[in-house]
Design a protein around this ligand. Structure first.
Ligand SMILES: C[S@@+](CC[C@H](N)C(=O)[O-])C[C@H]1O[C@@H](n2cnc3c(N)ncnc32)[C@H](O)[C@@H]1O
Length: 318
């Protein structure tokens, strides 16, 4: 699976256009289809992406995808907690529970709470924790828009590839700040827009928008400046904003190679038989690798999408 077998961006887009009516897909921009997307895709994530329940990119330092990198985000969160007292941790959008289990193993004395919109994800995460005998994991079916007082206070609130679905960042971060103890941390790994669509040519604009809609990120990924502003407004202090895009490229190339065979031959027929929003995930597979590569012709090396690790903290009072 080498990088050089990936078709150039124009060809990848043509493959996508042969598989889907692009105008129909684009018509979803701005609509909320998150629950529908995950309802249709859960089997795809488990059977095709990774059986462990991981629904996020691996962080790999070499060129090759290595599933060990799926623990990369958990490892970085754990590193950020070194030397701190940790009794309660909350994951927003905990999906199939992969990160919760990684955290529970690293912090056996702490209570690890996961929260997810989809009851099916919650049920799977609970089952996985039970199978491992992890009694310190609790998983709740609830939107992260409802971070109410009953959840209590946390030393760390983290999220991996879920807050791209947040529609009101200032409100969400105010609630995050209210649920953190003074000195507590907020850590997020996700993709962010690196170049506004209006600054992209037609090809790259379609590549960006189709990659987003392919994952039901129908309002587009957030931007780092929007995040900074909302963190500031919530009184959360930004401590680090790391670019991890190169480390997810092996995952994106793997996704490309999983998706590309569906663009031709017998498998093309299979696309029509798939649940439609699961099928659309093939768009992200085909185009995500190009959306996260430096935009052709730009001298500043910026990418339409970049993958970031954002580390913030609620200041100590007084
Ligand atoms: C790409 S998956 C990532 C799952 C998990 N964090 C991981 O790394 O494997 C995104 C998750 O966010 C959840 N999600 C989306 N919108 C949400 C919301 N408003 N509240 C809670 N969870 C949400 C989805 O159900 C899904 O499980």
């Amino acid at each position: 699976m080498s990088a050089d077998t990936i078709r150039p961006v124009e060809e990848a887009l043509k493959m996508a256009e042969r598989m889907f009516r692009v105008d129909d897909v684009m018509a979803d921009i701005g609509s909320d289809r998150v629950a529908e997307y995950y309802d249709q895709s859960i089997g795809g994530y488990e059977n095709v992406y990774h059986r462990s329940g991981a629904m996020h990119m691996a962080l790999n330092s070499g060129d090759e995808f290595n599933a060990a990198g799926l623990l990369g985000q958990v490892r970085r969160c754990a590193r950020a907690l070194e030397g701190e007292k940790v009794t309660r941790i909350l994951e927003l959008g905990s999906g199939g529970g992969f990160n919760l289990i990684g955290m529970a193993a690293r912090f056996p004395e702490a209570e690890i709470v996961g929260l997810d919109l989809m009851p099916g994800h919650v049920e799977r995460a609970r089952r996985r924790a039970e199978e491992r005998g992890l009694s310190n994991v609790t998983v709740i079916a609830r939107s992260f828009a409802e971070l109410d007082e009953d959840l209590g206070e946390f030393d760390l609130i983290y999220s991996v590839e879920a807050l791209c679905y947040a529609t009101d960042l200032p409100d969400l971060f105010r609630k995050v700040a209210a649920r953190l103890r003074p000195g507590g941390q907020f850590i997020v790994f996700d993709s962010f827009r690196g170049v506004p669509p209006a600054q992209l040519d037609d090809t790259m604009r379609k590549v960006l928008l189709l990659s987003e809609v392919g994952m039901a990120v129908n309002n587009g990924f957030h931007t780092v400046p929007a995040w900074r502003k909302a963190l500031d407004a919530a009184g959360l202090r930004l401590e680090a904003n790391g670019d991890y895009t190169d480390q997810i490229m092996p995952s994106l190339r793997r996704l490309y190679h999983l998706a590309a065979p569906f663009a031709g031959g017998v498998r093309k027929v299979a696309v029509k038989a798939m649940p439609p929003l699961l099928a659309r995930n093939l768009l992200t597979g085909l185009l995500g690798v190009h959306a996260h590569a430096p935009v052709p012709g730009r001298e500043d090396g910026r990418r339409a999408l970049c993958y970031r690790g954002i580390f913030a903290r609620k200041p100590l009072e007084g």
